[in-house]
Design a protein around this ligand. Structure first.
Ligand SMILES: Nc1ncnc2c1ncn2[C@@H]1O[C@H](COP(=O)(O)OP(=O)(O)OP(=O)(O)O)[C@@H](O)[C@H]1O
Ligand SMILES: [Mg+2]
Length: 248
């Protein structure tokens, strides 16, 4: 059932397809103002951020500094109030809601702290979901989902529902779901926030592997230990980038 072409494509990841120098993320002068009644709050106050294909970047900062706001913008879940955002060369600010949803589906794979799996669906059906919005046959969807689950070490849990899996296994299903559509960007918001230390190591090891294979990974985290796994650390405070360092 496994199609070798699909398997190769999935394993090769973004590295094989990004021969150009187009950054995956190109954010310039990014501002985000929230309005609550008559009160305005500027959660992003002029952020410039460029992330190249294959980078592994941690975004860190205190509570309320704007990390989730930034993640929502990067993942096309929300739009800027001012400034520009290009995702893999595409000018996101120009798009309407429907186009934005399409870009999100095609270009971004999400991993959240709470896993966000559908409890009534098996692991393989959860992983197939992002492909249902595409022009892909049922057989191919299934084959790609199986390959993605094998990739995260869950080839023996295809038919288990989330409630029949450990937290770490559920998060690996979420990683498989994020990868199945071969996105340009893997975006993870506190992906180990709900995991014990063993599962944390597991999931971080998986992200390391994906990075080694050329995936672009952006991780938002509170935890220094988690941030230390990334090659580059971007620190956010009060809606601004206050440092941006590439580690050893
Ligand atoms: N929908 C909203 N409406 C109004 N203000 C908001 C909204 N979302 C976020 N904010 C405000 O914007 C600021 C940044 O919030 P954000 O959620 O991005 O912080 P964060 O860095 O992710 O924090 P945490 O580490 O606690 O998750 C906060 O002061 C928050 O109160
Ligand atoms: Mg947050």
């Amino acid at each position: 059932m496994a199609d070798p072409t699909t398997t190769a494509a999935l394993l090769a990841g973004a590295a094989g397809t990004t021969g150009t120098a187009t950054p995956v993320i190109d954010l310039a002068g990014a501002r985000k103002t929230y309005r609550t009644g008559s009160v305005e709050f500027e959660a992003l106050r002029g952020v410039d951020l460029r992330i190249e294909p294959g980078e592994y970047v941690a975004i860190v900062g205190p509570s309320g500094s704007g990390k989730s706001t930034l993640m929502n913008v990067l993942g096309c879940l929300d739009v800027l109030t001012a400034g520009s955002y290009r995702l893999a060369g595409e000018d996101v600010e120009e798009l309407d809601e429907v186009e934005l949803a399409q870009v999100r589906n095609r270009r971004v794979g999400f991993v959240f702290q709470q896993f966000h799996l559908l409890p009534s669906l098996s692991a393989v059906r959860n992983v197939e979901l992002p492909l249902t919005y595409r022009d892909t046959s049922a057989a191919e969807r299934r084959a790609r989902a199986v390959t993605a689950l094998e990739r995260v070490g869950l080839g023996d849990k295809l038919d288990n529902r989330p409630g029949e899996l450990s937290g770490g296994q559920q998060q690996r299903v979420a990683v498989a779901r994020a990868l199945v559509g071969e996105p340009d960007l893997l975006l993870a918001d506190e992906p180990t926030g709900n995991l014990d230390s063993t599962s944390t190591r597991d999931v971080l090891g998986l992200l390391d592997e994906l990075h080694a294979q050329g995936r672009t990974v952006v991780l938002i985290t509170h935890e220094q230990e988690v941030a230390a796994r990334a090659r580059r650390t971007v620190r956010v405070r009060d809606g601004l980038v206050v440092s941006d360092e590439v580690g050893a």
